[in-house]
Design a protein around this ligand. Sequence first.
Ligand SMILES: NC(=O)c1ccc[n+]([C@@H]2O[C@H](COP(=O)([O-])OP(=O)(O)OC[C@H]3O[C@@H](n4cnc5c(N)ncnc54)[C@H](O)[C@@H]3O)[C@@H](O)[C@H]2O)c1
Length: 342
Amino acid sequence: MSKLKFAILGCGRISYKHIEALVNNVEEAELVAVCDIVESKAVSRKEQYEKDIPNSNVKVYTDYKEMLKNENIDVVTIASESGYHAEHAKDCINAGTHVLIEKPMALSVQDADDIIALAKEKEKKVCVSHQNRFNPPIQKLRRAIEEGRFGRILNGTARILWTRDNNYYKQAPWRGTKELDGGTLMNQCIHNIDLLQWMMGSEVERVHAERSTFLRDIEMEDFGAILVRFKNGSIGIIEGSACVYPKNLEETLSIFGETGTVVIGGLAVNEIKTWQFADERDYDHEQNNTEIDNVYGQGHTPLYKDLIDAIHHNTEPLINGEEGKKAMEIILKAYDVSEVRK
Ligand SMILES: NC(=O)c1ccc[n+]([C@@H]2O[C@H](COP(=O)([O-])OP(=O)(O)OC[C@H]3O[C@@H](n4cnc5c(N)ncnc54)[C@H](O)[C@@H]3O)[C@@H](O)[C@H]2O)c1
């Protein structure tokens, strides 16, 4: 089977993880072009890729429309600022490519729905980068959920206790703005909110929220608390902070059922802390904890593999548009029912 041709649109802070994932999937994928309005950023990603994959020839663009016109691309990875994702994704799908969109897939439900509808019409795949779903401890938890080992699921907690100081926000002025980013719930906490709703396995009935901008000089929240009542009766509690002193502390997901308790923590849901069930299975004692260099984890590589397989077999990727929309929608509901206090 021929390799799928990928391009990257937006070569900022997270883009090196996409290069890493493409390098790790080199048997099935090749990077043909990179684009950033700041040419030097695109050049560094080209160099990163070509260092690992000699004999490759990655074209550099500063105008993505030119790139779409000139190159024969199967998939565009969209890693521009969140507020541009919808426009960029729609342009790429209209040009005939599949899209892998960084989280959040959009900043409004309407935009997310438009991307999903357009991709359906054009028979293209949408994949959203909630890469932590592929963390081995998270996959193990999901297996236990699918096997019904929790009995009735009662409550779950997603805690994201990290630090993003004023320098982080100053480095890129779009961060923390309503128009292009959102606050810490939309930017950092969305991963764990996605995991929580995935495990609770139900649509949302209603959402309560409180938000503050305690310490950072930004428009949106640097702390958010959300309480979710799911339609299956279970309750989710979300606590997200960008203000923890002095550094990132933990990203922890806890799921409590009638006959099971699981807590997955570490810096980014990468270590099983508690694994208790009424029954016992062979895989209970497998070692699934993963080492991570930073909070981005190791999930981008399996995320790409999953999308590549979905394209080859014409199936849906694990995190398609509908799945990618769910956490974003919970956060937008929280934004609707709360104001940001200083
Ligand atoms: N999955 C994760 O763990 C993870 C982690 C960090 C960031 N992200 C997401 O990735 C996205 C990018 O975040 P970042 O921190 O890398 O931001 P960044 O500001 O470092 O990078 C964004 C890049 O997009 C470029 N860009 C903007 N408009 C463009 C256009 N029209 N054409 C070409 N390039 C354009 C900018 O010049 C910039 O270099 C955000 O949506 C963010 O939420 C995801």
